[in-house]
Design a protein around this ligand. Structure first.
Ligand code: C5P
Length: 237
């Protein structure tokens, strides 16, 4: 597989073309951003940690029958993925109240959400990733009704697999965001799953072990990501 030009630079990852028009290389950088890119910092080892964390999770999901774009690790900070036609809609499931839900509805942080909630957001930094719904997504052509149903079903399947995985490591999967795309007419999980895009708390102390450490200036960000990985069996080498 030959690496070609950089096609796109996101806030934490860069995307490269390859000699295969249907494959891309994702490069996980050390850059970390929050608040729609308004706060940025490079955190040593983050690219490597998130790349290996993501590979581990994508393998678990694939093994559980959830189709993903992930193909293989290429290096400490790079992996090979299928080239998706991305759907600009972020799917968020919450098992416990935190973050945006607490701010929006004024509910107490940490209350259990039964059943878990499902929310949609438009992927658009300039507009601050506004909350949307299925009606808006269909009317504005961001996703079809069939695509939205499939995305919702897959997002909840991911919850079943990952809630248990993190529970076995004495952690609570509080919430997470997923992105999907289309490959050969099929919806596949795209983007990444790492502590950058989910909330994880220690089950006993409820200590935050995810990107909220960066957002809230708590320090020990990468150390926490590595601890999460260690508890579920990720090999960082
Ligand atoms: O901010 P909010 O509480 O809505 O985020 C819910 C979950 O989705 C969190 O785990 C957060 O890290 C993730 N998220 C994300 N990227 C966004 C928005 C939210 O990874 N653009």
């Amino acid at each position: 597989m030959e690496k070609r030009d950089e096609l796109y630079a996101g806030k934490a990852k860069s995307v490269y073309g390859t000699d295969d028009p249907n494959r891309l290389i994702l490069h996980f950088r050390d850059d970390t951003s929050a608040f729609d890119g308004k706060r940025k910092e490079a955190l040593e080892r983050k690219g490597m940690v998130n790349n290996k964390f993501n590979a581990f999770i994508m393998d678990k999901l694939q093994a559980a029958g959830i189709p993903t774009h992930f193909e293989k690790l290429l290096s400490d900070t790079e992996c090979l993925v299928k080239k998706l036609d991305m759907i600009p809609v972020e799917c968020v499931v919450r098992n416990l109240a935190a973050g945006g839900l607490v701010r929006r509805l004024g509910v107490e942080e940490g209350i259990e959400l039964v059943p878990p909630t499902f929310e949609l957001f438009l992927k658009n930094d300039e507009k601050g990733d506004p909350m949307i719904n299925e009606s808006l997504a269909q009317t504005f052509g961001w996703a079809t009704s069939d695509q939205l149903s499939r995305m919702k079903a897959l997002t909840f399947q991911v919850n079943d697999v990952l809630k248990q995985l993190f529970q076995d490591g004495d952690m609570l999967l509080v919430d997470y965001k997923l992105e999907f795309g289309v490959f050969d007419g099929e919806i596949l999980l795209g983007d990444e799953f790492s502590p950058d895009g989910c909330r994880l708390w220690d089950a006993k102390t409820r200590e935050k072990m995810d990107k909220d450490r960066f957002r809230q200036g708590l320090g020990g960000v990468i150390e926490a990501y590595e601890e999460v990985g260690r508890r579920i069996g990720v090999n960082f080498g």
